[in-house]
Every structure is written in C-alpha cells, then in structure tokens.
Write a protein that binds this ligand. Structure first.
Ligand code: SF4
Length: 465
C-alpha cells in the first residue's frame, strides 16, 4: 500500500504542468522582483526564473574582441577540463536549488572550444545533470571534426547528445579568426556564419543530432549600420535567434574603442527591424527590465515576419495572460508525448479560458502569417530577435556596492542601474556564498579578482627556453 501511494504521488507530480520545485522558484522570483517590472507581461517569475551563465570556468579566449567584457587577466588562466567540470557542477547545483529545473544556461567563459571535445562534453553533462538547458557560447572558429567529437560517444560512435544548442558570436569587432584575421566589415563574415550553420546541418544529416543556433553580434558605431544586411544575409542560414548587444564600457579597458554611447537602444532596434523586414513587438513580453532586454518572437513565412504577439492588441495580451495562468513554466520539450499530453490536459483544466483565447490567438497569428495558403506554401520558421544591453562598469560598480549594503542611491543614474540589477534576467552562481549575481556585476566587479585567483590556480604553461 505504501509503495502504491508513493507511485501515485510520483505520478501526480510528474504530470503537473510544472515541477513543484519550479513552482516554488517562480513564486520566489516574482516576490523578489522590484515593483516596476511586475507587469502583466513579465516572464520572470511566471514563465521562467531567468537565464544563467557560467563564470570562471574557462576564462581564456584565442580571439580578440573590441570591446571584450572579460577582465584583462582572463587570458592568463589555463583552460583545464577538470577545473571546468568541477566548477560548472558546483555552479549548476546552486542554480538548480535556487532557480528550479529546466532553465536555460550558457556555458560561457572565454572560448568554450579551447576545451577538448571530451571536456566540453563533460561540462554539458554536468549542466544536464542539474536540469539546465545548456547552450555553448563560441566564436565559431572550430572545425567539423571537433563538433563531431563533441556530439558522439568516442567508444560507440553513437550520439551522446541528441540535441546541441550553440550561440555563435560573429562580428567585425573580433580579430584573429582563422582565414579572416582583420575583417573589413560584417559582410566578410557571411561565409564564416554560413560555414558554422553548415557544420550543424551536416551533424544532423550524418548522425541525427539536432541543434538550436543563435547568432550574437556586438554593436558599436562601426557596425550598427550593417545590422540590416547581416540579418538579410543570414536569415536562411539556420539561426533561430538573433541577439544583439549594444557595446558597454565593461571588462578589459584596453579594448574600449570608439564612443560606445554614440547611439541609443532605439537606434539598434530600428536597424534590427529593418533587417527583419517588420515591426518587432518587444513590448508584448518583458524579460526583466526593458532597459536591459528586448525580445520579439515570431515566424518567418516566406518574406513575411508574423509577430507571435501584437503589442497593440489587447486580445493578444489576454491570450498571454491565459497561457501563463494555465501553463506557467511548463517545459514543452520535456518528457515523451504521452506525458506532455497529460500535462497539457491538466494545464487546461487549471485554467480552461486558455482554450478559447488560445484558439482565437492561433487564428489571428495564421492571418498575420498570410493565411493558411501562405503557411502551406512556405513552412514557418520560428525566429526570435533579442537585444541585450549590458551596463557600464562605472555605473554598475557603485550601484552594486550600495545594493550589497542595502542602500539606494540618490543619483538617478546609479538608481536606475540598481533597479536594473534587481530585475536582472541573466544570473551567475557563486556557490561559495550561496548567492546569484547579475552578469553585469560579475564582469564589472567580481571578474578581475576572480581571474587573479584563477591565474594562481591555473597558470599558463611556461614556454620551454
Ligand atoms: S543587469 Fe546586466 S546582466 Fe542583468 S539583465 Fe540587465 S544588462 Fe543583463
């Protein structure tokens, strides 16, 4: 009887739309958000607890970016697979305990492919063990043999990962890429972007390993006007997300070039819209603070881009509300089809209004996409456009120090920085103190000291005389 009760209890939990740990983590996240971001369309605390990234696990990189958010000392730290796995494991354990299961986490440092394929695989497995959805952040300058070695079990030759997620950082502010040491402009990189996507297409063809690819680009006055062309040229290459980072005065000071404040976020977003060929409705959903993040989901159908949610249509806002009330943080990729079906049923039972409002929303979306005929003619491609605007170290440092003392600044600029840090959607874990830290604070305040310690722990090998 006891065993039956346990089994029934396990089944009840497994068929909930959300794991109870996630339910608790979402509630805690919502409770800690500052009032100004607790909007009806806020995703933090409702749909997700936030994005995550690793730090201090492989700080070194073999390309040079201008700007580079990593501290000057990062390149004096040896890449070491055992250290990486151990630290990733500790950081992810804290994130699992604090943020619940199923959240997106970037395996990010320096350059991830400076790890051998085995060490890279060990790090990904550590993230998966703690219920994260890992994405490897790379400059993309590696070969197919490396990707294959990462994806396949060396003993059996069979895939050890069924799916890989990678973010490829490609822009003309990066120097030292093989075959393109000094790009003359963004267009010079198109063949490299293409080659990156082709490696993953080949991996799928030869081994059945699927992938999710994001394209990351830092934006400065040098390349802002190239954004529309980059998007038009890369639209059909295979990227599912295009993420733009207006450059900030953060990290290695010797890599700060140009007047990085010569344009505002609206200017970047306008160029992204030009490239996407459509208005992008970033006010439909909010992830943290809109001064940090803009996100627009939609479908490319032929040459048309249909926004998933129209920010001017209250019916779409209602549909989002009903979706969140029914499904919350449910992970539609987790578990087999029967399990997902039962979870869906339970979600609808929890909030039945989702059915009529969801159906009407789907019809509106189909109309925006050009109707059923257009959808039949050109299979829709889900593409997300993102802008993530890091903050300057000169603002983050005092804002963070005051927050640590529980104080609010009187200076409006520092106060705004504090508000953004409190609503941060991109956290890094510190198991030694049991705390999560915004990536801005990590790079502005904590990285330099952390890298000095790592430099002692993992010195670069001396060259033989
Ligand atoms: S506080 Fe910094 S790291 Fe966090 S979301 Fe805002 S810009 Fe990103």
């Amino acid at each position: 009887m006891g065993r039956l009760t346990t089994r029934l209890r396990e089944l009840e939990i497994a068929t909930r739309p959300e794991h109870p740990d996630l339910t608790a983590a979402l509630a805690a996240r919502w409770a800690e958000l500052p009032a100004h971001v607790r909007q009806p369309n806020q995703m933090l605390g409702r749909r997700m607890t936030g994005c995550e990234g690793t730090h201090g696990v492989f700080p070194r990189c073999n390309l040079a970016c201008t700007p580079c958010y990593h501290a000057r000392e990062a390149n004096r730290v040896r890449t070491d697979g055992d250290h990486t796995e151990r630290e990733v494991d500790r950081q992810m354990a804290l994130l699992r305990a604090t943020r619940g299961p199923g959240q997106h986490a970037q395996l990010i440092g320096g350059e991830v492919t400076l790890l051998g394929a085995e060490d890279h695989a060990r790090a990904l497995n550590a993230m998966l063990r703690h219920g994260r959805k890992p994405m490897s952040m790379t400059h993309g300058d590696f070969d197919y043999a490396y990707l294959e070695a990462l994806a396949l079990d060396p003993q059996t030759g069979e895939p050890r990962f069924r799916h890989l997620a990678f973010a490829g950082h490609f822009d003309s502010l990066m120097f030292g890429r093989r075959g393109l040491r000094r790009p003359g402009g963004e267009a010079d990189l198109h063949p490299f972007r293409q080659r990156f996507c082709e490696m993953f297409a080949r991996l799928r063809e030869e081994h059945g390993v699927t992938s999710y690819l994001a394209h990351n680009m830092t934006v400065t006055p040098r390349n802002i006007d190239a954004i529309p062309d980059v998007l038009r040229a890369t639209r059909d290459m295979g990227f599912r997300m295009f993420s733009f980072q207006p450059a900030a005065y953060l990290g290695n000071e010797s890599r700060w070039k140009d007047d990085l404040r010569a344009f505002d976020n609206d200017a970047v977003w306008r160029r992204i819209e030009q490239g996407a060929g459509a208005r992008l409705h970033f006010r439909a959903e909010q992830v943290g603070d809109v001064r940090c993040n803009r996100t627009a989901h939609g479908l490319h159908v032929g040459r048309r881009y249909a926004t998933l949610l129209d920010e001017d249509d209250p019916r779409d806002a209602r549909a989002l509300h009903d979706f969140l009330a029914a499904f919350g943080g449910m992970d539609f990729a987790d578990g087999g089809a029967p399990l997902r079906a039962v979870r869906t049923l339970r979600a609808i039972t929890r909030h039945p209004a989702v059915l009529p409002s969801g159906t009407r929303w789907a019809l509106r979306l189909a109309a925006r996409a050009g109707g059923v005929r257009a959808l039949r003619r050109s299979p829709p491609q889900a593409v997300t456009y993102v802008m993530h605007a890091f903050m300057d170290a000169r603002d983050v440092t005092p804002a963070w120090e005051l927050l640590q003392r529980g104080e609010t600044s009187d200076d409006p600029r520092i106060r705004a920085t504090q508000e953004r840090l409190q609503a941060c959607s991109y956290a890094m874990a510190h198991p030694e103190s049991g705390t999560l830290v915004p990536a801005c604070a990590q790079h502005a305040v904590l990285d330099p000291l952390e890298n000095l310690r790592l430099q002692e722990l993992l010195p670069l090998a001396r060259r033989p005389r």
